[in-house]
Write a protein that binds this ligand. Structure first.
Ligand SMILES: [Zn+2]
Length: 82
Protein backbone atom coordinates (compact mmCIF):
# COMPACT_ATOMS: atom_id res chain seq x y z
CA UNK A 1 0.00 0.00 0.00
CA UNK A 2 1.07 3.50 -0.55
CA UNK A 3 0.18 6.75 1.07
CA UNK A 4 -3.29 6.88 2.46
CA UNK A 5 -5.12 9.78 3.88
CA UNK A 6 -7.72 8.94 6.43
CA UNK A 7 -9.92 10.86 8.76
CA UNK A 8 -9.77 10.27 12.43
CA UNK A 9 -13.06 8.56 13.36
CA UNK A 10 -13.17 10.55 16.53
CA UNK A 11 -12.35 14.11 15.64
CA UNK A 12 -12.18 14.11 11.87
CA UNK A 13 -8.60 15.20 11.73
CA UNK A 14 -6.88 14.37 8.48
CA UNK A 15 -4.14 11.88 9.01
CA UNK A 16 -1.60 11.21 6.33
CA UNK A 17 -0.14 7.78 6.48
CA UNK A 18 3.02 7.07 4.62
CA UNK A 19 2.64 3.41 5.31
CA UNK A 20 0.00 0.99 6.38
CA UNK A 21 0.55 -2.52 7.49
CA UNK A 22 -1.02 -5.09 9.73
CA UNK A 23 -0.62 -4.16 13.35
CA UNK A 24 0.55 -0.64 12.64
CA UNK A 25 -0.38 1.93 15.22
CA UNK A 26 -1.88 5.17 14.07
CA UNK A 27 -1.99 8.10 16.39
CA UNK A 28 -4.16 11.08 15.90
CA UNK A 29 -2.20 14.15 16.79
CA UNK A 30 -5.29 16.14 17.51
CA UNK A 31 -7.31 14.01 19.88
CA UNK A 32 -4.76 11.37 20.77
CA UNK A 33 -6.80 8.50 19.44
CA UNK A 34 -4.82 5.35 18.88
CA UNK A 35 -5.84 2.97 16.15
CA UNK A 36 -4.35 -0.27 15.01
CA UNK A 37 -4.52 -1.61 11.51
CA UNK A 38 -6.25 -4.92 11.56
CA UNK A 39 -6.96 -6.36 8.18
CA UNK A 40 -9.25 -3.98 6.36
CA UNK A 41 -10.23 -2.25 9.54
CA UNK A 42 -8.86 0.16 12.02
CA UNK A 43 -9.35 -0.89 15.57
CA UNK A 44 -9.69 1.96 18.01
CA UNK A 45 -7.98 0.99 21.20
CA UNK A 46 -10.00 3.19 23.49
CA UNK A 47 -13.40 1.97 22.46
CA UNK A 48 -12.55 -1.33 20.82
CA UNK A 49 -14.56 -0.21 17.85
CA UNK A 50 -13.46 -1.24 14.42
CA UNK A 51 -13.90 0.99 11.43
CA UNK A 52 -13.51 -0.20 7.86
CA UNK A 53 -10.51 1.61 6.45
CA UNK A 54 -12.48 2.22 3.30
CA UNK A 55 -14.95 4.32 5.21
CA UNK A 56 -12.23 6.48 6.67
CA UNK A 57 -10.24 7.10 3.57
CA UNK A 58 -10.25 10.73 2.83
CA UNK A 59 -10.06 11.50 -0.79
CA UNK A 60 -9.16 14.89 -1.94
CA UNK A 61 -8.07 16.38 -5.14
CA UNK A 62 -4.44 16.92 -5.20
CA UNK A 63 -3.78 20.42 -4.26
CA UNK A 64 -0.53 22.10 -3.99
CA UNK A 65 -0.34 23.89 -0.79
CA UNK A 66 2.06 26.66 -1.14
CA UNK A 67 2.60 27.89 2.26
CA UNK A 68 5.14 30.52 1.94
CA UNK A 69 5.49 32.86 4.74
CA UNK A 70 7.33 35.87 3.66
CA UNK A 71 7.98 37.43 6.91
CA UNK A 72 9.59 40.61 6.05
CA UNK A 73 10.75 42.63 8.90
CA UNK A 74 8.45 45.45 9.40
CA UNK A 75 9.53 48.62 10.92
CA UNK A 76 7.03 50.70 12.66
CA UNK A 77 7.88 54.29 12.84
CA UNK A 78 6.47 55.93 15.79
CA UNK A 79 6.70 59.62 15.75
CA UNK A 80 6.97 60.94 19.18
CA UNK A 81 6.61 64.60 19.41
CA UNK A 82 8.04 66.32 22.38
ZN1 LIG B 1 -8.58 12.50 16.27
Amino acid sequence: MVVKVIRCPSCGEILELTDMYEGMEIHCDLCGLVMIVRGDELLVLDTNEAYPIESLVYEEEKEEFEEEFDEEEEYYDYDYED
